[in-house]
Design a protein around this ligand. Structure first.
Ligand code: MOS
Length: 701
């Protein structure tokens, strides 16, 4: 029997990645290539008065030093997908520390990076950076808005007034950086007015669109190639200045230019998750029915742009309530532009709401799982739309069963174990469902091979395996015979690999193309594709199709759900928290490849653990910059930090989300974990920590 959807398929690309033969953008090269390095501003606000390049120009291997005077003036592409409405090196203004002010080209990457350090800018009109909490909270202007910043249902004040119990608290999440293992890398060259770019990106067609707009070219004059991507987590989603500057310098120099960002530049050049300050007010009756939900979030933003962390997003569909008020605000500050980071919006937002729900459960003396079950809505509490699917009840019950939640004593500090305190906490996870139109081509060849072609990108999620399973399922062939080609704008255009959308997008397109091919093959007779081609003397047969998400799901409230249960062990003397156990049960649509799907969720939970206990980019006010631009000063979880993680999925098939029944998975895993851990820390210690990450100092003070 041939394996199809639902089979555990080992990554077809795994061997190449493990043996080091998989190509990444920085591995690519071409004749006459020069390597570039960026000189970046060391002040947060001011002007470049002078750039002394004499010493750098004399350094070994240097071929050119480009400043704003040398670069062509670029058009501003639509913002987004351009991350930043201000393109650097177009004038002498400095808007944030880390902004590129010059570019050095040299024979080797090391020579370029060495010489870049020898460029001496002199700054004028320098001003200190405003820091988060010092500015004014304003309504985001709309450029990046996911949803309405203001949502009002019913009368929140009146309903809070009638409540038996009110929880009103402020929660904070930290600035965080994506830190994929592969720093961003771009290789660009021109043939006349044809631009070719090898990039690492979460959306090759987005890169093409932005470059075409910046250089005022038709889109078909720009060719983007993207081999494997070494992780993105959102930072390679939008297009950042370094990609434009690489293409611009290749044009000026008349040679291919390759730019690889340094690890330090990854802290200023391609976004971060902005810190948030969130206030939640919940009102409830004695028996645990919510009477009002209010959620206000303020996130740190760049001075000129208004990327908002929509932390209130998930609050809108989470619980049944007669009154709901959500406010999303930003504070414009002197810092680089933030961007989406796994899991954007609901990741920081659910920390606040699900911590507040735990506080409510404790005050009411109601079990936290029972409190969630009691407030399950029948329809979307804001839009009143039916849910496309909402298996949250099953997730809660199955998660509680797998974890052994029923034996939890409700009182804090009731599970001491030697000098340690054990604690159990839980939280709900939810994510919005993003769907992007996508196209694919599927070809059956006489030798028995099936080729799938779609302009998606593989950022580590396992797309080649997922797409092979979809094609194999439809055509009735073994997935090992399916070769998946991706990562090039010459292929049929697919959506971005963002918003946990690729399986719905590229997967549905492959499903449609394979179905069309199967129908064509059926006109030839009965048999395997290879037999049919043999019998008719054809060398190959193909079909191309496009999936348009607007054709399904209109008028439905469409999201993914999960329930996360954690056990922590807190060393009461040292304030050290370890997550020893985590159970995550998810309702996220039909699962195509359970093996890589579980891996995605384990990765997401690991991200949630980082958010809860470790990750924080300290913004140093006196320097106006992120302080530790390296992986020594920015701590992420290592294997030793990860306890036992048990991931499973409940049966969920959402035909409204996609013809596959699939929804999004990866980012959902990062949601809810930090609240579940904070709630477990409260259960262990009796101490409620409302600021992430939960530090040793917070537990010892
Ligand atoms: Mo994800 S932060 O939407 O790439």
């Amino acid at each position: 029997m041939n394996a199809g959807i639902g089979t555990e398929l080992v990554r077809p690309d795994g061997r190449a990645k493990l043996t080091g033969t998989a190509q990444y953008s920085a591995d690519d090269s071409t004749a006459r290539l020069v390597h570039a390095a960026l000189v970046t501003a060391t002040v947060p606000r001011g002007r470049v008065a002078e750039l002394d390049t004499a010493q750098a120009a004399a350094a070994p291997g240097v071929t050119a030093i480009l400043t704003s005077a040398d670069l062509p003036r670029l058009a501003t592409p639509p913002v987004p997908p351009l991350a930043h409405s201000l393109i650097p090196m177009q004038d002498d203004t400095v808007h944030y520390e880390g902004q590129p002010v010059a570019l050095v080209a040299a024979a080797t990457r090391e020579q370029a990076q060495h010489a870049a350090r020898l460029v001496r800018p002199r700054y004028a009109d320098v001003e200190p950076a405003a820091v988060f909490g010092s500015g004014e909270a304003v309504v985001p202007a709309g450029t990046y808005n996911l949803a309405d910043p203001d949502v009002d249902v019913g009368d929140v004040e009146a309903r809070l007034g009638e409540a038996d119990v009110v929880v009103a608290e402020t929660y904070r999440t930290a600035d965080r950086h994506h830190n994929p293992i592969e720093p961003s890398a771009t290789l660009a060259w021109w043939d006349g007015d044809q631009l070719t770019v090898h990039d690492c990106a979460q959306g090759i067609s987005v890169v093409r669109m932005v470059l075409a707009a910046a250089f005022e070219l038709p889109a078909d004059h720009v060719h983007v190639h993207c081999p494997f991507v070494g992780g993105g987590f959102g930072c390679k989603g939008f297009v950042h200045p370094h990609q434009l500057l690489t293409a611009a310098s290749a044009r000026v120099l008349g040679r291919p230019v390759q730019l690889v960002l340094t690890r330090a530049q990854m802290f200023t050049a391609c976004g971060h998750q902005p810190a948030t300050r969130q206030t939640v007010r919940l009102g409830a009756t004695r028996d645990g029915r919510l009477t009002a939900v209010e959620h206000t979030s303020v996130s740190a933003a760049a001075r000129a742009d208004d990327y908002a962390e929509f932390a209130t997003a998930g609050t809108r569909w989470l619980y049944a309530t007669p009154a709901l008020r959500a406010r999303t605000r930003i504070e414009r500050l002197d810092r680089p532009q933030p961007t989406a980071m796994r899991a954007p919006h609901e990741g920081p937002g659910m920390f606040a709401v699900e911590s507040a729900m735990d506080e409510l459960a404790h005050q009411l003396g109601i079990d936290p799982v029972a409190l969630r079950l009691r407030n399950e809505p029948e329809t979307d509490p804001v839009t009143r739309e039916p849910f496309s699917s909402r298996p949250l009840r099953q997730c809660l019950r199955e998660g509680a069963r797998r974890f052994g939640w029923d034996t939890r004593p409700p009182q804090p500090r009731s599970m001491p174990d030697g000098t340690d305190l054990l604690g159990w906490g839980m939280a709900v996870a939810t994510m919005d469902t993003f769907r992007f139109p996508s196209s694919a081509r599927v070809r059956a060849e006489a030798g028995g091979r099936v080729v799938v072609e779609t302009g998606t990108q593989e950022i580590g999620t396992g797309q080649p395996g997922v797409l092979a399973l979809v094609a194999a399922d439809v055509l009735g062939v073994a997935p090992e015979t399916v070769e998946v080609r991706f990562g090039d704008t010459s292929l049929p255009e697919a959506g971005m690999t963002a918003g946990s959308s690729s399986t719905m997008g590229a997967g549905s397109a492959v499903h449609a193309a394979a179905t069309e091919l199967r129908d064509k093959l059926a006109t030839l007779g009965h048999g395997t594709p290879a037999d049919l081609l043999d019998a008719t003397g054809l060398t190959s047969l193909d079909a191309e199709a496009r999936w348009d998400p607007t054709e399904s799901g209109a008028g439905l409230s469409m999201h993914t759900y999960g329930a996360v249960f954690t056990e922590v062990r807190v060393d009461a003397d040292l304030g050290l928290v370890r997550m020893t156990r985590c159970v995550g049960v998810y309702g996220a649509g039909r699962i195509i490849n359970p093996l890589t799907a579980r891996s995605q969720m384990i990765g997401g939970i690991t991200w949630g653990l980082g958010q809860a206990l470790l990750e924080r980019s300290v913004f140093e006010p006196s320097l106006g910059r992120f302080l530790s631009k390296n992986l020594a000063g920015y701590v992420i979880p290592g294997n030793a930090d990860i306890g036992h993680i048990d991931v499973s999925f409940v049966d969920d098939h959402d035909p409204h989300a996609s013809p596959l029944g699939a929804k999004g998975i990866g980012e959902l895993g990062a949601v809810g974990v930090s609240a579940a851990i904070a709630n477990a820390v409260f259960h262990a210690t009796g101490r409620r920590v409302r600021d992430l990450p939960i530090t040793i100092e917070a537990l010892l003070e």
